[in-house]
Design a protein around this ligand. Structure first.
Ligand SMILES: NC(=O)c1ccc[n+]([C@@H]2O[C@H](COP(=O)([O-])OP(=O)(O)OC[C@H]3O[C@@H](n4cnc5c(N)ncnc54)[C@H](O)[C@@H]3O)[C@@H](O)[C@H]2O)c1
Length: 251
């Protein structure tokens, strides 16, 4: 297959749904070989059936450190030690007012949204440095890193930290020619908010009313930013957090 990712090996987490799934399609469509990771086995099977090219899937719960290790080891075994791209899209959002936030939901959110991207990036970067690979990592942050939404304390905190994880990892890996960037999406129609759109459409419309473009994003519109960030077209871009929010954070 030809394309701008032809011959590149890419790990995409959260690939069974939403932005991760759209990113998998985008990268595969441009020639990448994928390792698609998610805890949703059926979703992964559905994704793989919809892709053309040479791809594998791994069902893994990324809240567990050992699962993150296995993801990178699986990729290294399958691709003879070469990983070019990592996209950290998997995350959860548990809506809970701060006074009701339990230790368990706080820890789970931080484990999946922050520790997993760190663990995966650390092991992927180690392999890139060892192999002399000038690779690229894209994290999926959120505009909630700068604009909190009530009831999202753990999620918002995790996304704020993902921004700075992105910037510090970019700083340390730049000398090796490795680039680390993030996209900060606004409201995007995915599995993460399917319940809100179904059960409380007025609240969803109210959120969108503050978006100058007056609509939510499609996952493909975020995937195209990710694809740019991990492509050679962004060869001088590192440590950037690219906002894709229809103008939400303009005011
Ligand atoms: N949808 C939005 O409005 C929005 C806005 C800003 C940022 N984001 C970010 O976009 C990214 C993708 O989310 P989405 O909106 O596509 O949601 P989504 O729910 O459609 O997709 C998230 C995927 O992550 C997977 N996942 C969750 N926990 C996991 C775990 N422990 N192990 C493995 N996989 C796990 C889920 O199974 C799911 O397939 C997330 O980082 C999210 O925070 C989304």
């Amino acid at each position: 297959m030809t394309g701008r990712f032809s011959g590149k090996n890419a790990i995409v987490t959260g690939a069974a749904s939403g932005i991760g799934r759209a990113t998998a399609h985008r990268l595969a469509g441009d020639g990448a070989n994928l390792l698609c990771v998610d805890r949703d086995e059926a979703g992964l099977a559905d994704l793989l059936a919809s892709l053309t090219g040479s791809h594998i899937a791994l069902t893994a719960d990324l809240s567990l450190a050992q699962a993150c290790t296995e993801v990178v080891q699986t990729a290294l075994r399958h691709w003879d030690g070469r990983i070019d791209i990592l996209v950290n899209a998997a995350a959860i959002l548990i809506r809970q007012p701060i006074l009701e936030h339990s230790r368990e939901t706080w820890d789970l959110t931080i484990d999946i949204n922050l520790k997993a991207p760190f663990r995966l990036a650390r092991d992927v970067v180690a392999s890139m440095i060892e192999g002399g690979i000038r690779g690229a990592i894209a994290n999926v942050g959120s505009i909630e890193a700068v604009l909190p939404i009530a009831g999202h304390a753990a999620y918002t905190a995790s996304k704020g930290a993902v921004t700075m994880l992105t910037r510090s990892a970019a700083f340390e890996t730049a000398p090796y020619g490795i680039r680390v960037n993030a996209v900060a999406p606004g409201a995007t129609a995915t599995g993460m908010n399917a319940d809100l759109r179904r059960d409380d459409p007025d609240r969803w419309r109210e959120m969108l009313s503050g978006t100058p473009m007056g609509r939510h994003a499609l996952p493909e519109e975020i995937a195209s930013v990710i694809a740019f960030l991990v492509s050679d077209e962004a060869s001088y871009v590192t440590g950037a957090v690219v906002t894709a929010d229809g103008g939400w954070t303009l005011h």
